[in-house]
Design a protein around this ligand. Structure first.
Ligand code: IVH
Length: 668
């Protein structure tokens, strides 16, 4: 029986729990439950509050839209509040929505069906065709001004194409990271020892809130626009205005469809529910909007959302199954990844037997135990992940997982460095998967590009022909021809491609060594700064830290690597084999007057383009940097330089010189 006090208790419980989830989601970017579960809690609370108005509270989480305000950004009041959309997970409710609208409008009408992009919403303001401001949703009434960051997104026009755009308007849309770019970015982050993002949406929202827009520029953000607001819009309906926006240079969705009946809307919804994973980006549902502005006005708004639109949200594809056991995989750098072996289960069209468990912290955080019933989810990523445990189904007497303490492959005691999520097997030169992994990495396309299949590598390894990548350069054709899978021709080809690899440029050779945290980008930076293997090997920690983008973690990893006698012998063998150990020399007749100087340029120049000035700096021995720090030697200031850069330079006491003074400096 429901008594009044048990209702109030439930309301309080729901409010507490939603507040906690809001904090996890908005402040920590670490949601603990799925959107679906969150929406269910909110719906239950909203229904109870409607039914028992005596328990209403102005501070209930139902009374506000989420908040993404970050106090380090300037705030801006939205001229038109940024509302959210009503949402439903049920097709019946979707049908009710359509019937309600039919009743109220009672004339011919059209719906526009769109994808619901799973990213971060943004509002862009254009004055006379120029982007003047980009603001996040914030609390719906005011948000963070993130213009500098948004300007780095290539698909957002800074000035509009064509003409006939209103002198003032706002356009809103969703900033997101495409799946392929997200996976690539996470791989690079993992290689560089940085934290990986849980999903593309977290990555996009984290990126948008970064303080340094030159770092934002390196992240693969993209943006679809789907809502236009203003007084003098060209058309009196949503669809035509958005198409027009496409002509002005905005990226608009090609997956939008005009629908006239519930049937067509359901077709669209069902199609995308089944095909969402074929898209190159994440969506979490579809949005249905009344097209005509006139009809939109008649339907009006509630406090939080328009009555002329709704969203149908897809459930995250989630199933439960039993966790049979945990395997521990050893990667090329010795990093241990726990992998769940599951009772096979169908998820999003494929049978899943294994799922990622990430690391020891994750297992502890979710309190995952053997024989537990676990939730498996498939996001956009290829490998499904375990996202939670149904504790009500936990068998009696189960024990927390004892994470392994020795390497499952070579029995060496594992280590875990303070502040790092993963355990490592330190036995680099004796642990078979690490050796094989290093060989695979060495021959890979972006490294030495010796085209070799994984199976062939294993074959060469198990025959004892290749025990370490330097052995490739001693390999003779005669040793290969007798092996299974090899014939005269294929043996010859392999020897030839090994020989060709001696022409691979130095940065790639450095990358091929497989030093922890030295990914492609870091290898390039190191090669640029130190120009030769010799210089790099002789550098001490301070000198390493002076190079662009090299932090403590990478410096320490390099020092450890070069301190190891076995690694030095390995490098020596590669040197004797004739690999490139020096950067290609640029012909230089520079004055060297800027040797060792870090210089930042800003603004527009009279005699040179920005690129030309940058080249001059390098030519005369200087280094271009993109943000001011106490290590910067000069700020070369052109016209229209932003006040914040000048202020920062002043604050740090960095000399600000004009274009002319710069020319005098290099004797031009
Ligand atoms: S229209 C007044 N269209 O969903 C309604 N929103 O809860 C304005 N979203 O904050 C929004 N795809 O970030 C609209 N095609 C789409 C959308 C979309 C994603 C997001 C948006 C908004 C949230 C609504």
């Amino acid at each position: 029986m429901t008594t009044e006090s048990s209702v109030y208790n439930r309301i309080r419980q729901l409010r507490n729990s939603i507040n906690e989830h809001n904090y996890q989601y908005y402040n920590l970017s670490q949601p603990k439950i799925s959107d679906f579960e969150y929406d269910q809690l909110l719906k239950e609370l909203r229904d109870l509050e409607n039914k028992y108005p005596q328990y209403a509270d102005a501070n209930s989480p139902t009374q506000r839209v989420g908040n993404d305000i970050n106090l380090e950004f300037e705030q801006h009041m939205h001229r038109f509040p940024m509302l959210s959309l009503d949402n439903t997970y049920s097709k019946e409710e979707l049908a009710d929505f359509i019937t309600r609208i039919q009743k109220i409008v009672n004339e011919d009408f059209e719906f526009i069906c769109e994808l619901k992009f799973d990213g971060v919403s943004i509002s862009l303001t254009y004055e006379n065709g120029i982007l003047i401001r980009a603001v996040t949703r914030g609390d719906g009434e005011k948000g963070d001004v993130v213009t500098a960051n948004v300007k780095t997104i290539k698909s957002i026009p800074l000035t509009l194409r064509g003409e006939n755009f209103p002198p003032y308007f706002e356009i809103r849309g969703e900033i997101f990271i495409p799946l392929a770019s997200f996976e690539k970015m996470n791989t690079e982050r993992e290689e560089a020892g940085e934290m990986v993002f849980a999903n593309p949406r977290n990555a996009a929202s984290g990126t948008l809130k970064m303080q340094n827009s030159s770092l934002v520029a390196k992240r693969p953000l993209d943006c679809y626009l789907y809502n236009m607001l203003g007084e003098n819009l060209p058309f009196s309906n949503h669809y035509d205005n958005i198409q027009k926006a496409g002509e002005w240079g905005f990226k608009i969705s090609e997956y939008t469809k005009k629908c006239r009946s519930l049937e067509e809307i359901l077709d669209y919804t069902n199609y995308w529910e089944n095909h969402r994973y074929t898209l190159p980006f994440d969506i979490d549902g579809v949005v249905i909007k009344v097209n005509s502005y006139h009809q939109q006005e008649r339907l009006g708004y509630t406090a939080k959302s328009p009555r002329w639109a709704t969203s149908f949200k897809f459930k995250a594809e989630q199933v439960t199954t039993r966790l049979i056991s945990i395997d521990y995989q050893v990667g090329r750098t010795g990093a241990i990844t726990p992998v769940a072996n599951l009772e096979p289960v169908l998820l999003a069209g494929t049978t899943v037997k294994r799922a990622s468990l990430h690391n020891a912290d994750q297992i502890e955080l979710l309190d995952i135990r053997i024989n537990d019933t676990v939730y498996i989810e498939k996001g956009g990523e290829i490998i499904p992940k375990v996202v939670g445990v149904d504790k009500s189904k936990r068998p009696e007497g189960s024990e927390p997982v004892q994470y392994i303490s020795v390497c499952p492959e070579c029995n060496t005691a594992l280590i875990r460095t303070e502040g790092e999520a993963k355990h490592y097997c330190p036995n680099e030169s004796g642990c078979p998967p690490q050796i094989k992994g290093k060989i695979e990495h060495f021959v890979s396309r972006k490294a030495m590009d010796i085209g070799l299949a994984e199976a062939t590598i294993h074959q060469l390894f198990s025959h004892g022909l290749i025990k370490n990548p330097a052995d490739f350069y001693d390999l003779q054709k005669e040793q290969l021809v007798n092996l299974e899978r090899f014939a005269e021709k294929s043996a010859e080809n392999l020897i030839k491609s090994i020989r060709n690899s001696k022409q691979v440029p130095f940065p790639r050779v450095l990358y091929a060594l497989g030093i922890r945290y030295v990914g492609e980008t870091v290898a390039k930076k190191l090669a640029q700064h130190f120009t030769s293997m010799q210089n790099l090997m002789e550098a001490n920690a301070d000198q390493l830290l002076e190079a662009d983008e090299i932090g403590e973690k990478i410096a320490e990893s390099l020092m450890n690597y070069f301190a190891n006698e076995k690694n030095r012998q390995f490098i020596e063998r590669l040197r004797l084999a004739g690999l490139k150990f020096e950067s290609e020399k640029k012909q230089s007749s520079g004055t060297g007057r800027l040797n060792g100087k870090s210089i930042i340029i800003s603004g527009v120049f009279e005699n040179f383009s920005r690129e030309e000035i940058k080249e001059l700096i390098e030519h005369h021995g200087g280094k271009n940097v993109s943000s001011i720090s106490s290590k910067t030697d000069y700020l070369v200031a052109g016209e229209k330089i932003g006040p914040s850069k000048l202020e920062k330079a002043k604050e740090l006491g960095i000399p600000v010189i004009s274009e002319i003074e710069f020319m005098q400096l290099i004797n031009l």
